[in-house]
Design a protein around this ligand. Structure first.
Ligand SMILES: [Fe+2]
Ligand SMILES: [Fe+2]
Length: 199
């Protein structure tokens, strides 16, 4: 259970309950459960790593807000928000972060760039990641509902070091994409070079 957290800093123009309702309406039931798990884990990681709890809560609750939107809606949004045309070559996996942030800004009236960047970067990471980016990225990977080989290893790593958890997750995601012969989003390569490669 998430401890009662009051939204006092106005990252979202409403209460946590109101945000929960909006998110619940926007996604499928299974996705909503995942989102609650991400918030729970994000709050723990935020507390340990000196990240603002309200920012962590809002970012976690909205990170997958557009995950169940149609491809058509994302393509229209790429035009509407005048985002890079190259985005049209990608898919929901990338869109719900990078394009999702714009939709969140419009629909939920969340304008805090730190929160929006955490949404943009939550799927494959990025070269530059703020502490909040890392918290959301890692919480998304290890929340209690996640079940994949190595999830316990990832959870243990995250307990020890947020940066090491980012490295573990980035390597894991890239390996998964390569094993599936899937295209690697440039941001994922940048994240790998930054966080995984030993300097
Ligand atoms: Fe996501
Ligand atoms: Fe997620």
């Amino acid at each position: 259970m998430v401890k009662k957290i009051d939204y006092r800093q106005h990252y979202f123009p409403g209460s946590r309950q109101e945000l929960l309702q909006a998110v619940k309406k926007s996604v499928k039931a299974k996705r909503y459960q995942h989102i609650l798990g991400v918030e729970q884990t994000a709050l723990k990681l935020a507390a340990v790593n000196g990240v603002d709890l309200e920012q962590a809560s809002v970012a976690a609750l909205v990170h997958d807000y557009t995950k169940n939107r149609s491809d058509d809606e994302f393509k229209q949004a790429i035009k509407k928000y005048q985002l890079d045309d190259d985005l049209l070559n990608w898919s929901n996996f990338i869109w719900h972060g990078v394009v999702g942030a714009e939709i969140i800004k419009t629909e939920l009236k969340i304008t805090d760039q730190v929160i929006l960047n955490a949404v943009r970067r939550h799927t494959v990471g990025a070269k530059i990641m703020t502490p909040l980016d890392k918290v959301i990225y890692v919480a998304d990977f290890i929340e209690p509902g996640r079940d994949f080989p190595d999830v316990e290893v990832a959870r243990a790593v995250a307990k020890g070091s947020l940066d090491q958890a980012v490295a573990f997750e980035t390597k894991h995601t890239l390996t998964y994409l390569i094993n599936g012969s899937q295209t690697i989003y440039p941001g994922a390569m940048a994240a790998y070079n930054q966080w995984v490669v030993k300097k």
